[in-house]
Structures are given as C-alpha cells and as structure tokens.
Ligand binder design. Structure first.
Ligand SMILES: Cc1cc2nc3c(=O)[nH]c(=O)nc-3n(C[C@H](O)[C@H](O)[C@H](O)COP(=O)(O)OP(=O)(O)OC[C@H]3O[C@@H](n4cnc5c(N)ncnc54)[C@H](O)[C@@H]3O)c2cc1C
Length: 510
C-alpha cells in the first residue's frame, strides 16, 4: 500500500498537445521527467486522456471527458469508413444523447418475426404507441456527428492508427505512451490514462491482457431494391429464425436509407456463415428479387463482457469491453452509454481533471456502477437466447409468444426505453402458463416438421438407410431431456421476469 501511495504521488512533466507540435519539436516520451509531488493533485496541467476508437463508445467517452475538464485526445483510424451495422437504436437514445432527428433515415413501426415453419407474427403494429418507433440510421452519419460533438466540447481529434502502447509498471503513475501513425508518419503521445473504445478486435484489450471473449460473426449484404420492393420495407424490419438461417441467432432484413441490409449471425458455426446467408436470401427471395448487392460486410460481435475491463489506468468500453446484448445483438446504445459513464466517472474521480486517477477509482466509479445498472439485463438476455434460439422448438415457441400483445409491450418497453416496465401480476401469470403451453405445442409442430422433412427425403431417396430414419423417429417421438430443460428454463425466466418486475430490480436496471 505504501508503494502504491508513493507512486500515486508522482507526476510527469506534461507534453504540449500533439497537434500543435512539429516533428522535430515532439518530446521523446521516454525522456519524460517523472517528479514527486506531495499529493495526487496535478499542478500546472490537466489530466490527459487518450480515447482509442471513434465509434459511439469512444466519441461519447471523449465528449464527457473533454466537457468535464480533462485534456482529451480521440484517435480514429478511418473516420470515413462505415462500421458494418444494422443501425437500429432504441428510442430513448435520441433524448439521452441529444441525437438530432434529421440523422434518422427510417422510422420502423412494424416488425415481423418469422419462425422455422413460416409462422409470421406482426410485432409492433398494434402495440407501438403513435409516437413510438425504432430509429434506423447510418453509422457513418451517427459516428461522424458524435465525433464532431466531442470535438466541439474540446476533444482533440486525431485521424491516426494506434499501433502500440507502452504500459508503465502497474503501481507507477508514469505515463502511457500511445504510438500511432498519422498519414504514414510515426508519432507518440504520453497520457495519464486510456479509454479503450476500439471495438471487438480491441488492441487496447490485448495490450492490457484483458482476456478473451467468444464472438459471433455477423455477415450482411446491403441490397438496393427496385422501388416497389423497397416500398414494402419502408417502415418494416423482419427477423427470421431457424436452422437454415442460423443455429443460434436470427437473420434480418433491416431497411436502411435507400436499401435494405440482409444478414445473419452465428457463434457456434462461424465456418458456415455463408451457407446461412444463402438461407436468409432463400427465405426472402421473392421480396428482394431484382435487387443489386452494393456492399458485403462481416464483423465480430462480442458475446459477453471480458474477464477484465479495467487494468491500471486503462478502462475498456463498448464492444472492446464486450457490451452487446444476447438475443438482439444490440450494442450501439450500450457502447455510447458505457463511454459516457466511463468519461463521467473519470471526471468525477479526477475532480474535473485536477487529480490523477487510479485503478481503484476506475473500478469504483465506472465498473461497479455499470454492473449495478446492467449486469442483470445482460444475464437475462443471455438466458433468453439459450432457451429460445437453441432449437426449432424454442424458436417456434419464441415466435408464438411474440404474438401476445402483453409480451410485445413488455419487450418494447425494455428495448425502447432500456427499462423493464412494471407489469400486471395476472398478465405475468398468463405469460408463464403461455410459455408452458407454447413449448408443448411447438414440440408437436417440431415433430410434424421433422416428419415432413423425412417424408420429403424419402421421396427424393427411397433407399435411405433405415437406422438413420429410425434413430430420428426415436428422438422426435418422445418429450426429450432437452425439451424438458427448455421448458423449465422458460418457466424460470418468466418467474425471474416476475421478480424483476415486481420486486423493484427494474428500478435499478432503469
Ligand atoms: C453486422 C452487424 C450489425 C449490427 N447491427 C446493430 C444494430 O442494428 N443495432 C445495434 O445497437 N447494434 C448493432 N450491432 C452492434 C454494434 O455495431 C456495435 O455494438 C457498436 O458498433 C459498438 O460500438 P463501439 O464504439 O464500441 O465500437 P465500434 O463501432 O466498432 O468502433 C470502434 C472504432 O475504433 C476504431 N479503431 C479500432 N482500432 C483502432 C486503432 N488501433 N486505432 C484507431 N482507431 C481504431 C475503428 O475504426 C472504429 O471506428 C451490429 C454489429 C454488426 C457486426
């Protein structure tokens, strides 16, 4: 502890802002003087922070830091590139992050969810209130707006690729040195702390040894449709579930400004992603007929938070930290929110950029607050994904349940406003019973579909080996252990829902 206290009282001589320096004037970060001071208060300068990555997480962190008095440097390697993304954000983000309405390309007011047996449920047309919608925007537009706002709040924006980071000993308050390239010229910048907002392939996370997370791979084609086909999607988003489009996620058709994004994702069978993409194209064949592919893109989506999200004076936010929800693959709001919370936490701990901050400060002011607010939401959606996306029985049940107006309202309240609405005990009880009934019914649908598949196979190839067929019959003709687990988990989820809703955890999550 004594060593910790001593090192926290060290300070390094500040370097002037990088963008005002010429090559020959730049300080050698290795010769920065470290001088002892009697307190962790910084004298004659402000706390210096580097934010690596100019997506929603990084820009929101940089804005909060700069507005709160911290000398802030925001690094983005390619500001003109669009992040592969569906671009759907929750309604509450517009007010919370003061997003101008003109940035929104489309107001989605109708959703369809389509099961493996092609059961289609309309989601939203009856349940959304007249002022409610899902905003869809282009990431290049949103990201550039958020970056400009961070700049106008005082953040120094650097178009540069961060190539390496020199990390000081864990208990030292020596600077971190950010090596980066700007227009192919090598540069360095010394800072007191780092916010790693560099996405799912985070270099910052690797450098601080934050540990790995499993990732889904998302694949998406941007398709420009003939006008009459585009009209069908003008306020409609579609979600498809089934083994043909993904073994553990969903496939989508999302309307963008003048085209649709058609894509899918998977965690457990990444090598087959192109096959699943063919699957979703096949399901929407008629709807996208005559369309022209204008872009093909793929990107990892983190599945859960990293084992470590704070180390020394480095904090991870957004995808770099692993803040994407299961079930929906939603990450834009959580990226912006975590960036903002982290930035504000640093401002608070540093008393407006006047004091050095420590690992403990970051853990207390940022991590603990984040986990208090969202850890349960992430766990809950993880469980939902396991129950409802894991098998065709679960998927049929999911789609059937989505037809229930009460389920729709609860879903919209939690998605659009990021809180669990207080429900009605009686409706909650009905939901529990419905889940039970739905799983039973869907087991029957699953059995019928399997029988249909088998007879189709038999018609194509009458000489299929008998044991294969027999094996399948055995496996589908009884209520198996996996179904039982699914059913019980479904019920548990509903009971958990009830608890969340009625015992006030929703207020903490809100
Ligand atoms: C196909 C697909 C569809 C999706 N659809 C949706 C959706 O509809 N709604 C939703 O909410 N979420 C969606 N997501 C998830 C969402 O895109 C992410 O969760 C979100 O972008 C995370 O934001 P971020 O700022 O943490 O990271 P990113 O948006 O990935 O930003 C990281 C930034 O860091 C920069 N960077 C990286 N390394 C360096 C470096 N070394 N030096 C300098 N800069 C660097 C990158 O250029 C990038 O701009 C989707 C994801 C995918 C892959």
């Amino acid at each position: 502890m004594a060593a910790l206290a001593l090192t926290q009282n060290l300070r390094f001589t500040p370097t002037p802002p990088l963008k005002t320096l010429r090559q020959h004037q730049r300080p050698n970060p290795k010769t920065l003087k470290i001088t002892a001071s009697s307190s962790s208060r910084l004298s004659g300068r402000k706390l210096r922070a580097a934010v690596i990555g100019g997506g929603p997480a990084g820009s929101s962190a940089a804005e909060a830091l700069a507005a709160g008095g911290v000398e802030t440097y925001l690094f983005e390697r390619s500001p003109s590139t669009a992040k592969p993304c569906g671009g759907a954000i929750p309604l509450c983000m517009i007010d919370e992050f003061s997003i101008p309405l003109h940035l929104i390309d489309r107001h989605v007011t109708r959703m369809k969810i389509i099961s493996p047996s092609n059961l289609t449920v309309d989601f939203g047309s009856k349940t959304l209130k007249s002022h409610e919608y899902i905003p869809m925007l282009r990431r290049e537009v949103l990201d550039s707006f958020l970056r400009s706002r961070a700049q106008s709040n005082g953040a120094n924006f650097i178009t540069g690729l961060v190539t390496d980071i020199e990390v000081p000993d864990s208990y030292s308050s020596k600077p971190y040195v950010i090596h980066h390239t700007v227009n192919n010229c090598k540069r360095s910048l010394a800072v007191d702390l780092i916010v790693g907002a560099d996405g799912a392939n985070s270099k910052v996370a690797k450098i601080i040894d934050a540990g790995n997370y499993s990732c889904a791979i998302a694949f998406q084609e941007r398709i420009k449709l003939p006008d009459e086909k585009m009209e069908y999607y003008h306020n409609l988003a579609e979600m498809y579930v089934g083994d043909d489009v993904s073994p553990d996620f969903y496939a989508w058709v999302f309307p963008k400004c003048d085209h649709v994004a058609v894509g899918t994702g998977t965690v457990c069978a990444k090598q087959n992603i192109k096959g699943y993409q063919r699957g979703i194209r096949e399901r929407v064949r008629e709807k996208i007929k005559g369309g022209k592919v204008i872009k093909v893109e793929a990107h990892p989506i983190p599945e859960h938070p990293r084992p470590r999200r704070v180390r020394g004076r480095v904090a991870l936010v957004g995808d770099a930290a692993g803040y994407v929800t299961k079930c929906s693959g939603e990450g834009i709001y959580f990226a912006a929110k975590s960036g903002k919370m982290c930035g504000e936490a640093i401002v608070k701990a540093s008393e407006g950029g006047e004091k050095m901050v420590s690992e403990e400060d970051l853990k207390r002011e940022y991590l603990r607050e984040w986990d208090k607010k969202y850890a349960n939401t992430f766990r809950f959606l993880d469980l939902l994904q396991r129950v409802f996306y894991g098998s065709d029985v679960g998927r049929e049940a999911l789609v059937e349940l989505c037809g229930d107006e009460y389920v729709q309202r609860m879903t919209f309240d939690s998605y659009l406003y990021k809180k669990l609405a207080s429900g009605h005990r009686w409706d909650d009880l009905k939901m529990v019973l419905n889940t039970f009934g739905t799983f039973m019914r869907c087991k029957v649908v699953g059995r019928e579909m399997e029988a249909l598949r088998l007879s189709a196979k038999r018609a194509i190839s009458p000489f299929l080996p008998g044991e294969d067929e027999g094996g399948k019959h055995v496996s589908i003709s009884c209520f198996g252990a996996d179904d039982f687990v699914g059913l019980v988990s479904g019920l548990l989820i509903q009971v958990w829902c009830l608890k969340l809703v009625h015992f006030g955890i929703d207020r903490k999550l809100a």
